[in-house]
Design a binder for this molecule. Structure first.
Ligand code: DGJ
Length: 716
């Protein structure tokens, strides 16, 4: 891995990938990103990619485009100065190459680890007239992932208004692409959406205040022929949990601009003299081996160089959560009966979900009042945790600290603490409002109350929920000039809270949640190793949601539970076996009233729990490959392979049963071609070569929504 600098050309490479930029014509130009290029060829490539044509820079391939000087495409940076002007003229002043990577002030970001080393390049530009400096930050990791972010310094004595500041922009000299995004809604998050790139502008974004169920901060450009295993992929993923934007613009000259960063919708920032603004980081991944190739790079990086929790490599407990078992209707006796039933099938943790605090018996009250609901739990949390521990399970707790119910003591005391605009309605979602995390005293209140709760009992896990998008985004603590900063200030406040709480309680396992998977992003992953994937636990729906999520995020980040049938979201009845197979391909857990489950089902559950415990490491920390997409095929298939390739689990889910159809054969992947593999029941014994080239015949089955898992081990 190295960063080579010659004649103002900067070549970032890990030997497999090259990313080349250069200062040409006083501008930072994008020269190349793709399979590694020999250093000798760099000058030739530079000459060929650099177009000098008229004064119109609209045709050039730029790395840092801005508005007003002849580039009419979407800019990365839009500023307005005190005299009203918007023209920027940035000249490179200095650069620095160094081993390692500096943290981003106040923002989560990737870092160096024992697994993947990293080298960085900082390029400093300045605008002589307006006295602003722009620092372009690049890093390349050993596995080929590249990160970019930007820091803008105001060295003048006037305020500079930022109207748009993206973290990365790249121009490709082709438009022969398709674009892949992860789209959805509550209960159907991160479905893979693939469509041709066409002339003009295409964008996805979130303007909801959180990264959202509707679009994930991820976008990839792929060749039209790219598959799961082959072809070019260029991915961008923003490490951020708030409003974002990803854009593509194909110019009349068939140059494709690909850009990502903070959303410029409802955003502007008054950059004060002497201050700087740091953008979140974009992680760029190129793969020539298709979507799986890209995913493996993201997974590897996020597991070892983004997630900070001590739990990132540890076995996660198999938990039972009471939400779908009881909703708000529980008492201590009921909870303990579920915990006991959980223990009897081998579970390891009991998690108490919503409804344990204030006077909360439904979703109409008490958010903000984080004291125990003594009508339901007269002996308190500490006593409940002791009783759960006595049963032999650890104890975890749900909390939603960013919210406030209008019917709460907190709201009665501090009505000004919610996001709101004076004299306008306060739109409630789920009867709740959003706390104004741009206010330091609100952040301090959250840190203080959450800390008190976590110190009050033997709590070893926290599910940190956030159940609504933002509306009436206003803060009574900021003057009119700063109102369009609130979305970003909220996220900075949140990160500050999470930094404090997770450092104060390093032994607690945190699971992120946002009405299911509404904030499933790299920003949250920095603080919390696992996240509730979706409120939809129907196995068929989860097949799609987990498949899509895995495009970027590792299996070890996905909270997946077996729930009851008929499913509470879809009313569908799917066999326990299929529900278990899909839920085991994640951080496995249960979410149903186990005290009502038949003995026969409990015996089956015991078997699944045993199997998961035996294979937990393979599931969570092995390599994950998608083999057949449920978005386009009747079969959704994926495979977990141990790092040493001695073990593998194949998970097959058939959507619809097709009558009078022959058996299907699927090629496996990721195995050692020279090893001999044997299925656990000894029925299949084949070399890796055969399994990967000829394939595995999978049973026809008999009904809809059937699944099979086959575990292979190296034959001795
Ligand atoms: C939304 C979460 O996604 C659910 O799992 C549950 O925790 C509820 N909130 C509780 O209100």
């Amino acid at each position: 891995m190295s960063i080579i600098v010659e004649n103002n050309i900067f070549h970032l490479t890990n030997g497999g990938v090259s990313y080349i930029i250069g200062i040409l014509n006083d501008r930072l130009e994008h020269i190349y990103w793709g399979p590694a290029i020999k250093e000798n060829d760099v000058s030739y490539i530079t000459e060929k990619s650099h177009v000098i044509w008229s004064n119109d820079i609209d045709i050039e391939t730029l790395e840092m485009p801005f508005y007003g000087t002849g580039d009419y495409r979407i800019p990365m940076l839009e500023l307005q100065f005190d005299d009203g002007s918007r023209i920027i003229d940035l000249k490179c002043e200095a650069y620095e190459v160094f081993k390692g990577k500096k943290p981003l002030d106040g923002l989560p970001a990737t870092f160096e680890s024992d697994i993947y080393g990293v080298e960085s390049l900082h390029l400093l530009f300045h605008d002589e007239l307006k006295k602003i400096h722009l620092l372009m930050k690049y890093s390349i990791f050993e596995n080929g992932a590249i990160t970019r972010s930007v820091e803008l310094f105001n060295k003048s004595s006037n305020i500079v208004k930022i109207n748009k500041i993206h973290s990365a922009s790249i121009d490709f000299l082709t438009c022969d692409f398709e674009v892949i995004t992860l789209q959805g809604a509550w209960a159907r998050e991160r479905h893979i959406c693939r469509q041709p790139v066409q002339k003009g502008l295409f964008q996805i974004s979130s303007n909801r205040g959180h990264s959202s169920h509707t679009s994930n901060p991820f976008m990839a450009l792929v060749s039209p022929s790219t598959t799961e295993m082959t072809g070019d992929v260029y991915g961008m993923n923003l490490i951020y949990s708030g409003n974002f934007q990803a854009q593509i613009e194909v110019s009349p000259f068939e140059v494709t601009r690909f850009q990502m960063g903070l959303s410029d919708f409802d955003f502007s920032w008054q950059l004060q003299p002497g201050c700087s603004f740091v953008t979140p980081e974009v992680v760029l991944v190129y793969s020539s081996s298709g979507l799986n190739g890209m995913s493996q790079i993201y997974h590897g990086l996020y597991k070892s160089n983004l997630c900070r929790s001590d739990y990132k490599n540890k076995n996660r407990p198999i938990l039972i959560n009471n939400w779908e078992a009881t909703y708000f209707d529980f008492d201590e006796k009921k909870l303990l009966s579920i915990a006991e039933a959980g223990k009897s099938i081998g579970l390891e943790m009991f998690v108490l979900d919503d409804g344990w605090f204030g006077s909360r018996n439904d979703d109409r009250s008490s958010l903000g009042d984080w004291t125990v609901n003594i009508n339901k739990l007269p002996n308190g949390l500490e006593d409940l945790a002791i009783k759960v521990n006595d049963i032999g399970l650890t104890f975890g707790l749900w909390i939603e600290p960013e919210m406030i119910s209008p019917d709460s003591d907190l709201f009665r005391l501090h009505p000004e603490w919610c996001l709101h605009v004076p004299n306008r309605r306060k739109t409630e979602t789920r009867h709740q409002l959003v706390l104004d995390l741009s206010r330091q005293e609100v952040c301090d209140y959250i840190i203080d109350t959450v800390s008190k709760v976590l110190e009050s009992a033997n709590i070893e896990y926290v599910k940190w929920d956030m159940n609504r998008s933002m509306t009436e985004i206003g803060s009574s603590s900021l003057n009119h000039l700063h109102q369009m900063e609130i979305g970003h200030r909220y996220i900075l406040g949140l990160y500050n809270i999470l930094e404090t709480i997770t450092s104060r309680f390093p032994n607690i396992l945190f699971e992120g949640c946002s009405g299911g998977g509404g904030r499933f992003d790299g920003g949250m992953m920095y603080y919390m190793p696992q996240h509730w994937v979706s409120d939809n636990t129907d196995a068929y729906e989860r097949l799609m949601i987990q498949y899509g999520t895995s495009l970027v995020y590792p299996v070890s980040a996905m909270g997946c539970h077996i729930s009851d049938v008929p499913n509470h979201q879809t009313h569908r009845v799917i066999a326990l076996e299929s529900r278990a197979h899909i839920a085991m391909s994640g951080v496995f857990g249960f979410e149903l009233d186990l005290s009502k489950v038949s003995d026969e089902e409990k015996d089956m559950m015991k078997k699944f729990v045993r199997f998961y415990k035996e294979n937990r490491e393979l599931y969570l920390y092995g390599d994950f490959y998608r083999l057949s997409s449920p978005f386009i095929n009747n079969y959704g298939i994926w495979q977990h392979v141990s790092k040493d390739k001695t073990e593998s689990i194949v998970c097959v889910f058939k959507k619809m049963h097709v009558p009078n159809m022959r058996e299907k054969k699927f090629r496996l992947t990721g195995l050692d071609k020279d090893k001999l593999y044997c299925s656990e029941d000894d029925a299949i014994k084949m070399s890796g070569n055969t399994l990967m080239n000829v394939g595995l015949v999978i049973p026809k089955g008999k009904s809809d929504f059937e699944s099979f898992i086959i575990k292979f081990v190296e034959a001795t």
